[in-house]
Design a protein around this ligand. Sequence first.
Ligand code: FAQ
Length: 329
Amino acid sequence: MYGNAYIDPDKAPNSLVADEDPVKLAEFEARIAAGEKIEPQDWMPKEYRKQLIRMIEQHAHSEIIGALPEGTWITRAPGFRRKLALMAKVQDEVGHAQLLYSAAETLGKSREQMINDLITGKSKYSNIFNYPAETWADSAVIAWLVDAGAIINQTTNARGSYGPYVRALERICYEESFHLKYGHDNVVHLATGTKKQREMVQAALHRWWPPLMHFFGPADKISVHSEVLMKWKVKMASNDEMRQQFLDMYVPKIWDLELTLPDPELRKDEETGRWIYTEPDWEEFKRVINGDGPCNAERLAVRRMAEEKGRWVRRAILGEKAKYVKPFA
Ligand code: FAQ
């Protein structure tokens, strides 16, 4: 599993816990095995803390950056009702980021440091938000299928081991299920509308399919962190398992609308029950998550601007206690 392009020798699982107290480690792992929740004040291996901060922080950044592609459609939404619904959805996503930053803070990393690592490009966030929402149909596809992917990931991991993270996920999932219904309604409206509307949603689906396949993370055979995260019940299913679940639930719904997907290999193997698909382009995935996607620079520039323009608000509320992220300190 570790003989791949993502390897970092310091991340190999055997080196992760070598300097931990073996008795405390055994007690910790017994609690996890028994399905107990680990809380912030409990003893935990350094690697568990580090992995949780990495994953929850990336998740929080994904929500806050994830507000941007759809957010660009608020001013151009077709009609007042859809505008209101989209505004509420985008606001929810930003709220999810707040919940997740709070969960990550319980592990000892400050919010200022996390925001700093986001806007300086040190931290990652989901690949999928580095693509442009070119038409209204793109915003519909995001709200349906990206939210669907997020729900699969989050309802699964909401059964995980770290208390503050699973409680945040539970709450987020309630809101995401409204987003999914809103997105499905928009896609159905377009798919059953005029010829032009149908063409728009079909084109959007083809644009978003490759990033959606990447969304669940690299294939299990090249995933770096899955093994240790699954051992400690942070991730409750592997990347490939989540991708399979997404295909199982949503490809039939897409085909029911007589929309096509841009993968000629895509089919369900009835014997194994598993979906067969063309291997996603992992080189593109790597480029995008490392800063070289179509919108990475634009997304971070917006966040930097928000940080700079919000500075006076933090100073007005917190006075001398206001902390600033580095570029604007
Ligand atoms: N994008 O070893 P693995 C949403 C990185 S929320 C970017 O397999 P892991 C709501 C990974 O960090 C969407 N980077 O990693 C919404 C690692 O790099 P590192 C976000 C990715 O952690 C909807 C390297 O590749 N959801 O959409 C991605 O075991 C609509 C090796 O990968 C979450 O964050 C990716 N897709 O598994 C908002 C859920 N995949 O750190 C607005 C929580 C992998 O070593 C509108 N996170 N990488 O430099 C997770 O479940 C996991 O972290 C995975 C990745 C499954 C994302």
